[in-house]
Write a protein that binds this ligand. Structure first.
Ligand code: BGC
Length: 521
C-alpha cells in the first residue's frame, strides 16, 4: 500500500461518518497512478494535436467537408436572403430580439447614418430575461408565448414612456439556433441544441409565424421583418461599422460562424424556393455555416471528450461545440479532475462537493485559474472552494494542476477554432478565385463570453490563425479577429433595415418605423 493511501486511510478513521462517505474514493481508488504521471499523460494528450502543420492538414480536410455541405445539407451551410452588406448609411428605429442560449434580450435600437454625423448604432432601451431550465423545457407554442409576454412588457413600457397608446414596431430576430430561411422574414424551425425543447411538436414550422401567432393572441402591435441566425447578425452588425468584415465568430455558450460567399459557391438546390428577382440580384450571399457541426472525423479527441459526447443529450450533433464553448470547457476539465481524484490521489482522494455532478464545474472557475497571476493562486482557490467545498484544503501543486489543465483545454479550443476559421477563410478566398496571398484583409466579427472574456483566448486564437495564414502563403494579419459588442441585437436591427425584399420589389428600412414619440427613449 502506498504511503499516500495509508495516510489517507488514517485521515478517514479520524473523521465523522459523513466525512468518511466523502472520502470514500481513497479506498476505492484503483490503478495507483501518481499525480505526476497522470499530469504528464493529460498534458501529452491535450498538446499532441496543437502543431501548426497538423492544423493545416486538418484545415484542408475541413474545407472538403464544408464543400460537401455547401453542395447538400439541410442543417448546415444555410444561405440567408441577405445578398448585400450594410453600407453604414441605414437608419431608423427597430425592435431587436435576441434569443440566446441563456438570455432573451429585447432592445429598441436606433440606427443613425454615420454620414449624417449621427451616432451609428444606439441601444435606446434594453431588457434582458434569463432563460433558465424551466424556460428551456417549454415545448412548442408555450415557448413563443413566453417570448410574446416579454415583448408585450417592453411595448407597454415604450407606450407608457412615450405617451403613445399603440405604437407599431418592426422587429428583427437574432436566433441562436439553426433556421432554414424561406424568405427574409421567415424560416423553418430546425432542431435546437443547448438543451431547448421549443421545437417539440412544431419542428419545421415557420419561426416568424410561431412568434407572431403568440404576439397576435396578445394583441401586440408588432411585425416581424427579419429573422437571422445570431452568427449572421454579428457579421451584419460589424459590417455596418467596418466594411472589411466578411466573416463572424460567435463563441459563448454555443458557437458558430457566418461568411459572405459568392453565390456560386453553393449548389442551386441549397437556395430552395426563391423568386427569380432574388437570383437576378444576388452575387453574394450571407451563409450561416453552423460551424459547430463540423469536424467529427477531423478533431483529435481524448477519452474525456468521448465520455462527454457519449453522455450528451445529442451525441455527435455538434462535435466542434463540445470541444470549445463555455458550456463544455468546464465539463472537460471536471471529467479530468474526477479521474485525477479517483485514480491518482489528487486531493488525497477527497471529492469536493458537487464535483461529481455533470456540468457542475463552471467555465468561469477555469477563467479564474488562468487569470490568477499570484504565486499562491489564492483568488482562484477561493473561487473553486466557494463552488466546491472541501474538508482538507487543496495543496498548491494541485491548484497549479487545475490551472495547467484549464490552460491546455482552452488552448486546444483556441487552436481548433483557428483551424476551423482558417478553413473557412481559405474556402472563401478560393471561391473568389484568389490565392491566399492575393486576398485583401478580412475582419472576423467576434462576439460571445469566451472570445471576449476568457483570459488570452482571442490572442491565442489570433496567433494560431496568423501562423496558419503564413504557412498557407498569406501574410500575418491577413485575417483579424475583432470584438463586435452587442452584435446579435444590433445585427437583428441592421437586418431589418438593409434587407432588399426582392419578393415584393421594395427595400425596407431607411426611415423611422415607430410612431414618432414626443420624448423618444
Ligand atoms: C447553434 C447556432 C448558433 C450558435 C451560437 C449553436 O449551438 O447551433 O445556430 O449560432 O450556437 O449561438
Amino acid at each position: 500500500m502506498s504511503a499516500m493511501v495509508t495516510s489517507a486511510l488514517q485521515l478517514i478513521q479520524s473523521t465523522s461518518p459523513s466525512k468518511r462517505q466523502r472520502l470514500r474514493h481513497v479506498v476505492e481508488r484503483k490503478g495507483e497512478k501518481s499525480m505526476d504521471e497522470f499530469a504528464s499523460e493529460v498534458r501529452g494528450l491535450l498538446e499532441a494535436p496543437l502543431q501548426v502543420e497538423q492544423s493545416l492538414d486538418m484545415s484542408t480536410r475541413l474545407q472538403e467537408e464544408y464543400r460537401e455541405k455547401l453542395n447538400a445539407s439541410d442543417i448546415s451551410m444555410l444561405p440567408s436572403f441577405q445578398h448585400t452588406l450594410p453600407t453604414g448609411d441605414e437608419r431608423g428605429d427597430f425592435l431587436g430580439l435576441d434569443v440566446g442560449g441563456s438570455t432573451f434580450r429585447i432592445a429598441l435600437i436606433r440606427l443613425g447614418a454615420k454620414s449624417n454625423g449621427e451616432d451609428g448604432m444606439q441601444v435606446r432601451r434594453i431588457r434582458s430575461f434569463p432563460i433558465n431550465k424551466a424556460i428551456r423545457d417549454l415545448q412548442g407554442q408555450a415557448f413563443f408565448d413566453w417570448m410574446a409576454e416579454r415583448i408585450g412588457e417592453m411595448l407597454a413600457e415604450y407606450n407608457h414612456i412615450n405617451g403613445t397608446r399603440d405604437a407599431r414596431l418592426l422587429m428583427g430576430l437574432a436566433w441562436s439556433f439553426p433556421v432554414e430561411q424561406t424568405s427574409p422574414r421567415s424560416g423553418r424551425l430546425l432542431a435546437m441544441g443547448k438543451g431547448f425543447k421549443a421545437t417539440y411538436g412544431v419542428e419545421g414550422q415557420d419561426l416568424s409565424e410561431l412568434v407572431m401567432r403568440s404576439c397576435r393572441t396578445r394583441g401586440l402591435n408588432v411585425e416581424m421583418r427579419a429573422i437571422v441566425n445570431d452568427g449572421a447578425a454579428t457579421l451584419l452588425s460589424q459590417a455596418y461599422r467596418d466594411p472589411s468584415t466578411r466573416m463572424s465568430l460567435i463563441l459563448g455558450t454555443g458557437m458558430n460562424a457566418a461568411v459572405f460567399l459568392p453565390v456560386k459557391a453553393l449548389s442551386s438546390g441549397k437556395f430552395g424556393e426563391r423568386p427569380d428577382s432574388w437570383h437576378a440580384a444576388a452575387k453574394h450571399v450571407l451563409v450561416n455555416t453552423e460551424l459547430s457541426m463540423f469536424g467529427k472525423q477531423v478533431w483529435p479527441v481524448t477519452r474525456w471528450d468521448e465520455e462527454l459526447n457519449a453522455k450528451h443529450m445529442l451525441p455527435d450533433f455538434q462535435p466542434l461545440e463540445y470541444l470549445v464553448t463555455g458550456r463544455y470547457l468546464g465539463e472537460i476539465v471536471r471529467l479530468i479532475l474526477v479521474e485525477a481524484i479517483t485514480t491518482a490521489g489528487m486531493f488525497n482522494g477527497e471529492m469536493p462537493s458537487r464535483l461529481e455532478e455533470d456540468y457542475a464545474l463552471d467555465t468561469r472557475i477555469l477563467a479564474a485559474f488562468q487569470g490568477d497571476n499570484t504565486a499562491t493562486l489564492t483568488k482562484a482557490k477561493s473561487a473553486f472552494l466557494r463552488a466546491h467545498t472541501m474538508f482538507a484544503p487543496p495543496q498548491l501543486r494541485e491548484l497549479q494542476f487545475i490551472r495547467d489543465i484549464s490552460q491546455l483545454v482552452a488552448q486546444r479550443a483556441a487552436v481548433y477554432l483557428a483551424t476551423a476559421l482558417h478553413a473557412l477563410w481559405t474556402l472563401r478566398t478560393t471561391a473568389e478565385g484568389l490565392e491566399p496571398g492575393e486576398a485583401s484583409h478580412v475582419t472576423i466579427a467576434c462576439d460571445g463570453t469566451i472570445v471576449e472574456k476568457y483570459p488570452d483566448f482571442r490572442s491565442s486564437c489570433q496567433r494560431h490563425l496568423d501562423e496558419l495564414c503564413v504557412l498557407s502563403g498569406a501574410s500575418k494579419g491577413a485575417v483579424t479577429l475583432e470584438m463586435a459588442p452587442e452584435s446579435s441585437i444590433f445585427g437583428a436591427a441592421v437586418a431589418v433595415c438593409c434587407l432588399e425584399d426582392t419578393s415584393e420589389g421594395t427595400r425596407v428600412g431607411f426611415a423611422a418605423h415607430v410612431e414618432q414619440p414626443q420624448h423618444p427613449w
